[in-house]
Design a binder for this molecule. Sequence first.
Ligand SMILES: [Mg+2]
Length: 404
Amino acid sequence: MPPWRGSLKRGRQQRFHLLSQVHSTSPHGKAGLLSPPWWSVRSLTLSGAEVVAPSRSPIAPTELPTVADLGERALIQRITARLATPAWLVVGPGDDAAVVEPERGALDVFTTDVQVEGVHFDRRFVAPDAIGHRALAVNLSDLAAMGARPRAALLSLVLPDALDVDAIDGLVDGLLAVADAHGVAVVGGNISRSPGPLVVDVTAIGSVRRRRILTRSGARAGDGVYVTGTIGDALVGLQSLQRRADRKVRPDRNGVGADQVGPQERRYLRPEPRVRAGLALAGHRAATACMDLSDGLADAVRQIAAASRVGITIDAAALPIAGEVRRWHDGQGRDPVAASLEGGDDYELLFTSRPAHQGRLRGVQRALGSLPITRIGAVTREPRLVLKTADGLRELPGGFEHFR
Ligand SMILES: [Mg+2]
């Protein structure tokens, strides 16, 4: 089987092909249930993708093959058959461990992050491909924050028995789409049974030249504080998805279709790791400190300030918060600025830059095209975290008291 490449759409076709093979191998004689029209329907229900409606009615979901039906070995085969094998992968999946040739002249960068059902995602409204997308994206976001180029990933799946094989296919679709977009090879992994929630644990490996490493500790008094993109979107997306799920608004048979998913929901379900931004900041040596926004802007400001032993003042009026996000919070009587500072899952980059390096920063902005970079504050000598608002100065929300 050729290495898996290409778009999500091609991935779906591949999924179909892979599932077709189950016809002859299912130990439960369910082969006859796995006809193409049925598959199309499940694909719609699980992933919410734009797939042409089937001509036949769907069968009951209980008839689906589960991971227990297929078994560990067949599952591993099913996944590894789809993986690309770059030239620098000396020993790939199928042995006890992967062997990777390091990038010449660069240092290796390692990171790991896990997605746990019920903690990081809710399967009522996060489709399998979004779970896979998020599992890799959050790791690439950490590599981006270090200025590293992602290369490889290890995938550890801990699966409930009753999980549909279809869901695993979708999960791998989402993960490989992100991997493909960023030139990452999945070089190995593990599958284990879960007595409880679905767990997707990813280790990502990148490379960076020594001079280009970005850390949290280099901010100095006088530096400007900047953020990529917009903040607070993912929180609104999550709240919107939660509200719909709580109301038991049943998605139509197309799942949460593309037309129903607004930009904020998309930001939560499929965050785009700012790999290009991290590489551009590192390549232009434009940042003194950098961190990704997994737990909110206020948290990242606090972390950079603590690691660099400085203070930071954030200008509330400068924060890049979308109009829809402001209206959402206004509609619920909440302060949009406070909510957006505390909301997690945005996966933008927060960084500091010397005033003398405006030219370098312009180079970064040119490299990023339409992704905005916004100056939102300044680094101060006095180690205080301050939010400057129209009403005056106040403490930055979220743990500020630790640094007074
Ligand atoms: Mg991080």
